[in-house]
Design a protein around this ligand. Structure first.
Ligand code: PRP
Ligand code: URA
Length: 226
């Protein structure tokens, strides 16, 4: 039984994959509940991360290699060593997802992007961007991590930064936990071909730009700054 549903948009060549696994849904309920403590919120976020990251990594390239088991020689498949793997969490809320991503992909580099959303204008403000400019990004696979895709302003800004380095859109995955239709539309129009993986596609944004029903402020609930 498949536990993910992918919808493709022919006009933008973009896709949205929603993970429907029962454990994802169970942990989403924990995230959404306003009674959930910060500690439980973080742990539920990480449990969901294991599922959405599996989807986001489903087509990572492999290389064949001969290894020796204690019994005999055997053909094995390993992550292609020539393909740089990059995990790019958007600060702050992407950090909880990054801690799981680094466990799953221990050889990946972690390039942080500092962005916050101005509360009045809802426009993204970049405050940290030190991605190395010395590597060849043309083959790199990048996972951009941010639990919330609301207006899409932060996501579009992060993809702008990463594409300027030479990363190809087909090698990017935008990994979120809750996405609003408005954010999906903004991101896919700004970056045709982008592939989004999420645990939930919610109803809409409210007048303050929060996702409905959503979970509130992901950064505040992750780090206890409410
Ligand atoms: C949140 C969230 C996203 C952004 C999404 O970050 O983690 O980065 O809002 O909103 P958008 O799609 O409308 O841009 P926030 O600005 O609250 O920063 P923080 O994680 O540092 O609290
Ligand atoms: N950022 C959040 O953390 N939550 C929202 O609902 C929207 C933006």
């Amino acid at each position: 039984m498949s536990t993910a549903k992918t919808t493709s948009n022919q006009a933008t060549n973009a896709s949205v994959t929603v993970c429907t696994h029962p454990l994802v849904q169970h942990n989403l309920s924990i995230l959404r509940d306003q009674q959930t403590s910060n500690e439980l919120f973080r742990s539920a976020l990480k449990r969901i991360a294991t599922f959405i990251l599996q989807e986001a990594c489903a087509d990572l390239p492999l290389s064949k290699k001969i290894i020796e088991t204690p019994i005999c020689k055997a053909e094995a498949h390993v992550l292609a060593p020539e393909v740089p793997l990059i995990i790019s969490p958007i600060l702050r809320a992407g950090l909880a997802l990054a801690s799981v991503a680094t466990e799953l992909l221990p050889t990946a580099s972690v390039y942080h992007i500092g962005l916050y959303r101005d509360e009045e204008t809802l426009k993204p403000v970049t405050y940290y961007n030190k991605l190395p400019s010395t590597i060849d990004y043309s083959q790199a696979r990048i996972l951009i991590l941010d639990p919330m895709l609301a207006t899409g302003g932060s996501a579009v800004a992060a993809v702008d930064i990463i594409k300027k380095l030479g990363v190809r859109v087909e090698n990017l995955r935008f990994v979120s936990v809750i996405a609003a239709p408005e954010g999906v539309e903004h991101l896919t129009k700004a970056h045709p071909g982008i592939q989004i993986v999420t645990a939930a596609l919610d109803e809409r944004l409210n007048e303050k730009g929060y996702i409905v029903p959503g979970l509130g402020d992901a950064g505040d609930r992750t780090f206890g700054t409410v």
